[in-house]
Design a binder for this molecule. Structure first.
Ligand code: GAP
Length: 485
């Protein structure tokens, strides 16, 4: 059966809308850019991924506990974390089209164009200038000078009519309390969930009887006023993160970082993501975030190219030390065995739930030629599939409907099942293929005689005849033994 993987994000966007995975937010009002809603299938898929992550962190590790911190936090948190000062992108506006661009990205695109034309020496020289921005007049001024010197034009309008380069903070600001209006009451929507963990470090230590090394896991919303936000749920302004901070003794951080990086790649494979679509890319030292000593991206081969899905970072004692400094509260750990006090180092694993959902959809998407027709199918890992079993009476006859309903009733406690009696059996199978449903069960007249049904497997479309009494076991076995192909 000839098979094609995904070559464009557009197909996922269309399937998501048509089948109820993901919709544009406020669609009836023309949509809100870079914000999305999950539909009936999407919410199940996303929750299955989230539950899988949570279980792998908390249930599978006796030294990792969870928290659920609030989105609003004391404004000092973001001063301590460095986000007020450093969470900026250098932006430049095209005066003609009024469009805003990341200044460094414009230069990077220009360098790529030079390389495409075989002007490698020029490109290398410019790359060197870009790599040393901030060392001449200042970050914004240096970027502006390069754009002027190279006469880089606006990609969309073709104009060379720029404003100055300005730093643009990515945090959303709002006012707290009914009477507030000025900047002194301003607070931020959190741009990462991690700080909710750091500020609860002491609370958890004092109440959960944990000893170093231990971890704190959290899933929650984060908000960033992204400038370039045009790639569906890949880059959103409101999104969800699944983060875990693992507190270790300084000196054990490098080993722990390596272990977590390996274990996180295994997690991705266990989601059913094909190995050839995953890779790890360490950050070069000069590109590390302000808090990191080492960092690596786990990347997936999206239709838009290799892109980060998860980051693993060695954050050292940066955050705890800064919170100690800004709050005046001790953030140290007393090691009773060694009888010494220290500020722990932190290994962070940070993955975007929406981006991970997109990765799962892209990896599962296939188009296959079947009898001269194209079958679109999501070969999702059964544990992630929104619906596990489709249950169909062959035709709308009361005796078939009755047995099909009985099977639905028996399975629904264990699985998310769907009863469907509309349209031909072939159409019902195809609908479930597009939804990623791994098993379909059809009740026919023979079954009324010998208490059997047909089970049809999504991936290879093979069918078996099984006894109704064995159905749950067969499905359970199929869930366990599934492998990506
Ligand atoms: N606490 C560390 C941190 O937030 P990050 O690399 O900025 O690190 C971690 O973000 C993950 O969050 C990314 O790997 C990505 O999956 C997800 N993420 C970040 N910005 C996002 C956005 N605008 N839309 C969707 N997901 C995003």
């Amino acid at each position: 059966m000839p098979e094609k993987n995904l070559d464009s994000l557009d197909k996922i966007v269309s399937l998501s809308k048509a089948r109820g995975f993901i919709f544009q937010s406020s669609d009836i009002y023309g949509g809100l850019a870079a914000v999305y809603d999950y539909g009936p299938l999407g919410v199940e898929l996303k929750r299955n991924i989230q539950a899988n992550w949570w279980k792998s962190m908390t249930q599978h590790h006796d030294n990792i506990v969870g928290v659920d911190a609030a989105i609003f936090m004391h404004p000092k948190v973001w001063e301590a974390s460095g986000h007020v000062e450093g969470f900026n992108d250098p932006m430049i506006d095209d005066k003609q089209s009024k469009k805003r661009y990341r200044a460094d990205m414009l230069i990077e695109q220009h360098i790529q164009k030079l390389r495409d034309k075989g002007k490698d020496d020029e490109a290398d020289h410019l790359q060197e200038q870009l790599d040393t921005t901030g060392t001449r007049k200042g970050l914004c001024e240096d970027l502006y000078d390069i754009i002027m010197q190279e006469e880089i034009k606006a990609p969309e309008s073709g104009a060379f009519d720029w404003t100055e380069v300005r730093q643009f903070n990515l945090m959303f600001k709002t006012h707290y309390g009914a009477t507030s209006s000025g900047d002194e009451d301003a607070i931020y929507l959190r741009p990462e969930t991690a700080q909710g963990i750091f500020v609860n470090f002491k609370n958890v230590m004092d109440t959960a009887r944990v000893q170093i090394p231990f971890g704190i896991a959290q899933v929650g919303k984060a908000f960033r006023n992204e400038v370039v936000a045009r790639q569906f749920v890949f880059r959103m302004r409101e999104f969800e993160q699944m983060e875990m901070q693992y507190f270790v003794e300084p000196g054990n951080d490098e080993e722990s970082y390596d272990n977590w990086l390996n274990s996180r790649i295994e997690w991705h494979k266990n989601l059913g993501i094909r190995e050839e679509n995953l890779r790890t890319v360490p950050h070069p030292e000069d590109k590390l975030a302000h808090y990191a000593r080492a960092a690596a991206d786990i990347q997936f081969n999206f239709p838009i190219g290799w892109q980060e899905v998860e980051g693993v970072h060695n954050r050292t004692d940066f955050d705890l030390t800064r919170h100690q400094e800004y709050s005046g509260k001790k953030m140290e750990y007393y090691d009773q065995k060694q009888q010494k006090r220290y500020t722990p180092y932190v290994i962070e694993t940070s993955i975007g739930l929406d981006r991970c959902t997109l990765m799962v959809l892209c990896d599962a998407y296939r188009e296959e030629e079947v009898d001269g027709d194209t079958r679109t199918v999501l070969k999702l890992h059964p544990k992630l599939a929104p619906t596990k079993v489709g249950i169909f009476p062959l035709i709308k006859k009361p005796e078939l409907q009755e047995l099909a309903k009985k099977i639905e009733f028996e399975l629904r406690d264990e699985y998310n099942v769907l009863y469907d009696e509309s349209g031909s059996i072939g159409k019902r199978y195809r609908r479930q293929d597009e939804a990623g449903t791994p098993f379909c069960v059809t009740v026919d007249f023979d079954g009324l005689e010998d208490n059997t049904v047909t089970i049809r497997y999504r991936d290879n479309m093979e069918q078996d005849r099984v006894s109704v009494d064995k159905l749950a076991d067969v499905i359970r076995d199929g869930m366990k033994t599934w492998k990506p192909e």
